[in-house]
Design a protein around this ligand. Structure first.
Ligand SMILES: Nc1ncnc2c1ncn2[C@@H]1O[C@H](COP(=O)(O)OP(=O)(O)OP(=O)(O)O)[C@@H](O)[C@H]1O
Ligand SMILES: [Mg+2]
Length: 413
C-alpha cells in the first residue's frame, strides 16, 4: 500500500506506470483518468487498437491466457500498478506476478475468485454467509440433472467461467435432454477447459443494482466506501442494457444492497473499485449475484451523474490518493449500443447528429476496430431533471443510432 502526495511526469524518471491487462471501453476510461493525472499508461490486449490502446503511451498485443506472454510484458515494463480489466487473463500469471512483488489490483486472490462462479459462491455464500440464489455445482451431465432436481425449476445453468451471459441457459422443466444440452452448451462457452457448471435457482427479478464499492487509503489505513447504488434493467437478456442513478428504490433495500457491497469488497480486500451485482427479487429478497473487482459496464452512467466517475475513483484509489465519497450531482441514464454485424472493420456509427441534438445527451464511441454479433460498440449517456427524463432522452438517442457496415474508407475527408 503506497500513499502518494506527489506525482511526476510520464515517460521520465519518477513517473508512475500503470499497465492495463485488457484494453476495452472500461480500460479506455481508466486510461483517460490516469492520463489526466500524468500517469504513464501501457495498454495490453489480445488484438491491436483495442479501445484503451488509443489513449495509452505504449501498447502490446499478446495472448492474454498465456501465462508466459503476460509475465513477459509485465516484467519488461515493470509497472507500479497492474490493472486487470477483463476476466480472460491467465490466473497463473497474475499470481506469479503478485508473488514477485508487483501490485495487482485489487489483489491476485480477488481477481481469481471473482472470475470463477464456483469459487465466488463458496466465498460469498459459504464464507461470508451472504444471501444468494439457491445453487449447486455439477461436473458432468448426470450431476447437472441431479443439481437441477435439487435446485428446482426454473433454474439457470452457467459455465464456471464466462462473462456477458455467455453459455447461460434457463431450464424450465425437468427434461433430461434439455438439461444435458444446457450443460454441453455451458461448457462449450466456458473459458479454459473446465467441465464444471453452476446451477442457480432462476429468480423473478424486480430490479438489479450495481453497488460501486471502493477501497482507498485514508489516515494510514484502508477504508471502504460505497457510491449510491446504480440501478439497472436488462429486459430478460443476460447483458447490460440500461442503467441509471440516483437510485429510485426504497431506502431499506438500498441499505441492504450497500451492505452487501461493503462486505464483498472488505472480504476481497486490496484497493480500487468493485462493481458488486445485487438482485432485488419480486418477492422482496436482496441477493448477492456476483462481483467485478474493477469498474463495471453499468457504472458508465457515473460519467454523467457523479462528482467522480467510477473510473476516476478507481484510478485515485489505486494510486493511493484520497477519494471522498462522490455525490450524485445530476440524475442520469446510460444505454449500451450493440451491433449484430459480423466482422465489419471500422464500422460506421450513424445517427449521431440526430442523437446529439437532444439536450443533455452524450455518446462515447469505443473505437473498436472490428465487429462481431453481440459486440458493444458505444454507450449513450443522458442527463435530465429526473431519472425518468434522463432515461427517456437516452432511449430516444439510442433509437437514432445505428451501426452500419463500411468499406473501411473515411468519408467526407
Ligand atoms: N439466478 C438468476 N435468476 C434470474 N436472473 C439471473 C440469474 N442469474 C443471472 N441472471 C440474469 O442474467 C444476468 C447475467 O448474469 P451473470 O451476472 O451471472 O452473468 P455474467 O456472464 O457475469 O454477465 P455480466 O458480465 O453482464 O455481469 C444478470 O444480471 C441477471 O439479469
Ligand atoms: Mg453479472
Amino acid at each position: 500500500m503506497k500513499v502518494r502526495t506527489c506525482l511526476q511526469s510520464p515517460m521520465y524518471e519518477g513517473s508512475v506506470k500503470l499497465l492495463l491487462l485488457g484494453s476495452g471501453e472500461l480500460g479506455k476510461e481508466v486510461a483517460i483518468e490516469a492520463q489526466r493525472l500524468g500517469v504513464e499508461v501501457v495498454a495490453v490486449d489480445r488484438y491491436d487498437w483495442a479501445p484503451a490502446m488509443h489513449v495509452a503511451h505504449r501498447r502490446y498485443v499478446i495472448d492474454m491466457m498465456n501465462p508466459n506472454a503476460v509475465k513477459s510484458v509485465v516484467r519488461r515494463e515493470s509497472p507500479d500498478i497492474v490493472v486487470p480489466e477483463i476476466e480472460a487473463i491467465s490466473t497463473e500469471a497474475i499470481e506469479d506476478l503478485e508473488s514477485e512483488g508487483f501490485f495487482v489490483v485489487p489483489n491476485a486472490k480477488a481477481v481469481k475468485i471473482a472470475m470463477n462462479r464456483i469459487e465466488l459462491r463458496r466465498f460469498a455464500a459459504r464464507s461470508l454467509g451472504l444471501p444468494t440464489t439457491k445453487f449447486e455445482f455439477a461436473e458432468s451431465p448426470e450431476e447437472a440433472v441431479e443439481a437441477c432436481e435439487r435446485v428446482g425449476y426454473p433454474c439457470l445453468i452457467k459455465p464456471e467461467m464466462s462473462s456477458s451471459g455467455h453459455g447461460h441457459t434457463k431450464v424450465v422443466e425437468p427434461s433430461r435432454k434439455k438439461i444435458v444440452e444446457a450443460y454441453e452448451y455451458a461448457i462449450s462457452h466456458s473459458r479454459g477447459r473446465s467441465r464444471k457448471v453452476i446451477v442457480e435457482e432462476f429468480v423473478d427479478l424486480s430490479l438489479e443494482y450495481t453497488v460501486l464499492t471502493y477501497r482507498y487509503v485514508k489516515d494510514g489505513g484502508i477504508v471502504t466506501e460505497v457510491c449510491d447504488p446504480v440501478e439497472q434493467w436488462r429486459y430478460g437478456s443476460y447483458h447490460y442494457i440500461e442503467s441509471w442513478q440516483p437510485p429510485t428504490s426504497d431506502p431499506n433495500t438500498l441499505r441492504k444492497a450497500a451492505e452487501i457491497g461493503v462486505r464483498v469488497a472488505e472480504g476481497l480486500g486490496g484497493l480500487g473499485i468493485f462493481g458488486v451485482e445485487v438482485f432485488l427479487t419480486k418477492d422482496g429478497r436482496v441477493l448477492f449475484s456476483e462481483v467485478a473487482p474493477r469498474p463495471h459496464d453499468t457504472g458508465m452512467v457515473t460519467m454523467v451523474t457523479q462528482e467522480l466517475s467510477e473510473f476516476a475513483i478507481h484510478v485515485r484509489s489505486i494510486l493511493g490518493l484520497p477519494v471522498p465519497k462522490p455525490r450524485v450531482i445530476s440524475p442520469g441514464a446510460s444505454i449500451a449500443i450493440y451491433t449484430d454485424l459480423e466482422n465489419v472493420w471500422s464500422p460506421k456509427i450513424c445517427g449521431l447528429r440526430e442523437a446529439l441534438e437532444i439536450p443533455g445527451v452524450d455518446v462515447r464511441l469505443f473505437g473498436k476496430p472490428f465487429t462481431y454479433p453481440g459486440r458493444r460498440v458505444a454507450v449513450v449517456l443522458a442527463r435530465g431533471s429526473s431519472v425518468e427524463e434522463a432515461l427517456g432522452k437516452a432511449r430516444e438517442a439510442a433509437r437514432k443510432i445505428s451501426v452500419e457496415p463500411s468499406r473501411g474508407v473515411r468519408s467526407g475527408v
